[in-house]
Design a protein around this ligand. Sequence first.
Ligand SMILES: [Cu+2]
Length: 253
Amino acid sequence: MQTQEAAKLEGTATPHTGGFDWIKLMALGGAILLLSPVLPILIDGFNPFFTILIVPPLVGLVLLRFARKVGIVWLGVVSLALLVMNAGFIPDALMHPESPADFVPVSMLTVGGLLAVTATIPAFRAARGRTRISALPKVLGGVAVALVVTSVGASMVARGMITSDAPAAGSTVVEMEDFAFGPQTISAENGEVSLYLTNNDSVRHTFTVDELGVDVSIAPGQSRQIRFDADAGEYRFYCKPHDPGMEGDLVVG
Ligand SMILES: [Cu+2]
């Protein structure tokens, strides 16, 4: 069966039909990009930001079907733009598999984006009829699918391993909900600050105070007890992935 297929390819088939070629690899990259915002939408429901992210790869896949060369260029440019736009956010999110709503879309965006960028020039050449039969697209496609499946699985496992701290007596309770801290102004005595941080969102947040060297990651559904020293003064705290916007003031008196 396999040899028949191969023989057919070498004989009569046009360069970009049959087998897993660069154009199909481009389509796979676009499909992974298209699926990357789906998990957050499934978890959180409709979200305009994530829904908009579906549009560019969808347009690319439609173009790839009906105006092949335009679709290849479109997907290449969109992928590169998405990678560049998210470059600041990608490494941090990839360090935290325990937060699937961050980790899975970002790892899919990275894999799908790199795949489409890699495939752009060879796919364009193939669309112009200048192609060489190569096993590389199939290998890259297999690696990409394996990476996506592994990252989803690893994220689910890491999610299940999250543990929460018990609140210490005298701690100030700080809730993180709907991408905001509550309360937004935290008062503390000069000396040791003791906070009990709870994340009620489905994405990861951090409690970060640059001046005090405090940077704690709180997974979805997790509660963490933290203590740190602070001299009297006013400090800005914020969440790294959602800054600006998710912030507050720590007033130490
Ligand atoms: Cu946040």
